[in-house]
Ligand binder design. Structure first.
Ligand SMILES: C[S@@+](CC[C@H](N)C(=O)[O-])C[C@H]1O[C@@H](n2cnc3c(N)ncnc32)[C@H](O)[C@@H]1O
Length: 254
């Protein structure tokens, strides 16, 4: 028979082993659950409201670059944020400069970081439509866009992408788009790409730019565009961040 001391030591070792095995999950829970809850409780604001508050305090009204810079500083120094960020942002800027889209569609607005970053680079007369299904994120993003002075260049379309895409032509009078930035939930990349094709929103030459194709990853989307004769693909691996990731550019050939 095992004595109680042996059982206690064995249980402690088992707990340590489990903690080590699930350490990433525990760190995630600590940050997302415990720390986030404490910050929300103490500030009386959500993380996204704190980001907006920071932008209002640190950005210059009417200066989009100062808004982008303020959000970069916040996520680097205060709290991680799920926006595209300054490292991948450089790749997004590069593709924007190459494509020079007049009409740009974004899937996944969050607080408006990438919307401001991209709309700032649109040519005169260009417009960005960005789809967001979370009402409170959309409200925060609208205010961030106001601070950036880009209200006339960006329209937030509120609702799930799978419902909005089929309405783009009739309800929003968008015939086709020059570029699409996919940055919403990764499981929607492939079905929404097919919806964009079926509804004639993408045309010969439209550029799809998809973030996070490795982490968290969109394997079905990658397999589809890379194996299709209708797309010409380029991968932009991302270095200098803790996890390996990449953006995928897929030019629709019609
Ligand atoms: C990674 S964040 C977007 C970050 C943003 N593009 C940026 O870089 O600033 C993803 C956003 O997509 C939204 N989202 C996810 N799936 C969606 C869907 N099917 N339709 C609309 N919005 C969606 C989420 O609510 C979230 O705000």
């Amino acid at each position: 028979m095992l004595d109680s001391q042996t059982i206690l030591i064995a249980s402690a070792l088992l707990l340590l082993l489990l903690a080590w095995k699930f350490r990433r999950l525990l760190v995630f829970f600590w940050h997302k659950g415990v720390l986030q809850f404490m910050k929300d409780f103490m500030s009386g604001m959500s993380k996204e409201e704190r980001i907006l508050d920071w932008v209002k305090q640190h950005a210059v009204v009417g200066d989009p670059q100062s808004v982008v810079d303020a959000m970069d500083v916040y996520s680097r120094q205060k709290e991680w944020s799920m926006h595209v960020g300054d490292i991948k942002g450089v790749i997004v800027d590069k593709v924007m400069e190459e494509v020079k889209p007049q009409i740009l569609l974004e899937l996944g607005t969050y607080c408006g970081y990438s919307a401001v970053r991209m709309a700032h680079l649109l040519p005169p007369g260009g417009h960005l439509f960005t789809i967001e299904f979370n009402e409170s994120f959309a409200t925060i993003a609208q205010q961030v866009i106001e601070v950036a002075g880009l209200r006339d260049k960006i329209s937030i379309l509120k609702g799930p992408s799978q419902e909005i895409i089929p309405q783009l032509k009739k309800k929003y009078e968008i015939n086709s788009v020059d570029m699409v930035f996919l940055d919403h939930w990764k499981s929607r990349y492939l079905p929404d790409t097919k919806l964009l094709e079926e509804n004639g929103i993408i045309r010969k030459g439209t550029v799809l730019l998809a973030d996070n194709v490795i982490c968290p990853g969109a394997p079905d989307f990658l397999e589809y565009v890379r194996n299709s004769k209708r797309y010409e693909c380029t991968t932009y691996p991302v270095e200098n961040i803790r996890v390996n990731d990449a953006l995928e550019k897929a030019v629709f050939l019609g």
